[in-house]
Write a protein that binds this ligand. Structure first.
Ligand SMILES: Cc1cc2nc3c(=O)[nH]c(=O)nc-3n(C[C@H](O)[C@H](O)[C@H](O)COP(=O)(O)OP(=O)(O)OC[C@H]3O[C@@H](n4cnc5c(N)ncnc54)[C@H](O)[C@@H]3O)c2cc1C
Length: 428
């Protein structure tokens, strides 16, 4: 099952290792300290640095070493609640604005990648969403056809008879193609965003964990594993890795492990036959799976929730591999060359949250789809902190919910996953 070169490591960082950060302790003071160097932290840092604020980005691990260098690289519309649900919760105006922002987020990332010529293997491949039961094919089509007026994403219905044009599998009962989705290389994007923030003047320290943030008269004292930094403003950009140093935020984020494997190198003709247009693929199961060809077209990267509780990535290989073979039976004997995982940050209302509370800024909670939204909202929070226009968002001012007795460990998740799996198996 394991290829000879197997490593329990991220496929992406092989050809895009983490950017280097200056060695040594952090400086004694900065205008802005950003905790976390993923897409959120790096895009925010560029804006505060461009505004002339001395900006320091700290990470407890390598730069970009959280979700941002290790995700599936699939760029899609990324607001989970439907327009109707958002309208009931927040009114039609806010719901529509949240939807517009989600569309803008994808367009922004595309413009950034293409117009700024970011070296991140951007591909406008689109996405195929497969229905895993006949009833859910109807539901998929209904969902695509009833998108809110004026906010529609283009789509194309693919009946089962024509499914082989999109994906060579007997597993699905038809699906829907969203041609506006895209794919990229997540770790190359980190390298590019780091370069932009550094060029704007931001400073960085890796392996420098924030242990406490203490309010002082002029701002904050940020205590780290490498020394203390005084800061006028602090941004918490730790998403699914938010630790005890930020207990209020930790009570509002559900860290949920997502697991991926990369197959061994396959014949590119085989990969092209299985996924002819090289699209991103997802399906209707509640326990999410997502997969796509690697940028060189030689491997399939297959991810999802492979275990009820959290475990190490290597232990998820048998399950992910058999899920892959369930879709592509001819890959039953395929070997796996990489396996890795990361913690996505969910929220109780499945919306991202950003803003300021008691002088501390935060931006987090992309619910597993941070490629467009972390880059988009990271920029907005950076502009807000810098006092520049453009930071306005419909999400500002929405309350960031928690639940009684929840302190940051989603102990209830394994039971929920088992329930979702059962519903997936029954097709309900
Ligand atoms: C396996 C997987 C697949 C995914 N697939 C997709 C996908 O296909 N498409 C998509 O849109 N999204 C996907 N996501 C989600 C996406 O990667 C995230 O939403 C996004 O990267 C979040 O960026 P971020 O900067 O907010 O957080 P992160 O990139 O997670 O960065 C947070 C950083 O904070 C640091 N940190 C934490 N605590 C401290 C501390 N005390 N001191 C200093 N630093 C600290 C961490 O080390 C980390 O580097 C996936 C995620 C995973 C794990």
């Amino acid at each position: 099952m394991f290829a000879d070169d197997f490593a329990p490591d991220c496929y992406w960082t092989q050809d895009a290792p983490p950017p280097a950060a200056p060695p040594g302790p952090p400086p004694a003071a900065a205008d802005v300290v950003i905790v976390g160097s993923g897409y959120t932290g790096l895009t925010a840092a560029r804006e505060t640095a461009l505004a002339g604020r001395a900006t320091l980005v700290l990470d407890s691990g390598p730069l970009g070493g959280g979700c941002s260098a290790r995700n599936g690289g699939q760029v899609a519309f990324s607001i989970k609640p439907g327009h109707g649900v958002l309208t009931a919760r927040h009114g039609a105006r806010v719901a529509t604005r949240i939807y517009q922002e989600a569309l803008e987020a994808v367009a922004n990332l595309r413009a950034l990648a293409r117009d700024q010529r970011l070296d991140c293997d951007w591909r406008d491949v689109g996405c195929f969403v497969g229905a895993h039961t006949p009833r859910l094919f109807g539901a998929l089509v209904h969902e695509a056809e009833s998108q809110p007026q004026g906010l529609e994403m283009p789509f194309r219905v693919v009946p089962r008879e024509r499914q082989a044009e999109e994906i060579d599998t007997p597993f699905y009962h038809g699906g829907v193609v969203y041609p506006g989705d895209a794919a990229l290389h997540p770790a190359k994007l980190i390298v590019a965003l780091h370069a932009r923030a550094a060029a704007a003047g931001a400073d960085f320290r890796a392996h420098c964990a924030v242990e406490a943030i203490v309010r002082t008269r002029g701002g904050f004292e940020v205590q780290t594993s490498q020394g203390t930094v005084r800061a006028r403003q602090v941004l918490i950009a730790t998403n699914g890795y938010t630790g005890r140093f930020a207990p209020w935020h930790r009570r509002r984020i559900l860290p949920i492990g997502s697991y991926i494997i990369a197959t061994e190198a396959l014949d590119p003709a085989l990969v092209r036959r299985l996924i002819p247009h090289g699209r991103n693929i997802g399906d209707t199961r509640r326990v999410v799976v997502y997969y796509r060809p690697s940028p060189d077209g030689r491997r399939i990267l297959f991810g999802g929730r492979a275990a009820a509780g959290e475990t190490d990535a290597r232990r998820c290989v048998p399950r992910l591999r058999s899920m892959l073979a369930q879709i592509f039976p001819e890959l039953a004997g395929v070997r796996v060359s990489r396996a890795w995982m990361g913690f996505v940050g969910f929220t109780f209302d499945t919306l991202p949250h950003l803003g300021e509370r008691d002088g501390l800024y935060c931006c987090m909670g992309y619910c597993g789809q941070g490629l467009p939204s972390a880059t988009y909202y990271g920029r907005k929070i950076g502009l807000t902190m810098a006092g520049r226009p453009g930071g306005e968002t419909a999400l500002a001012g929405l309350s960031f919910p928690s639940r009684p007795l929840y302190t940051g460990n989603p102990w209830f998740l394994p039971a929920a996953i088992v329930g979702y799996r059962l519903r997936d198996a029954l097709g309900i």
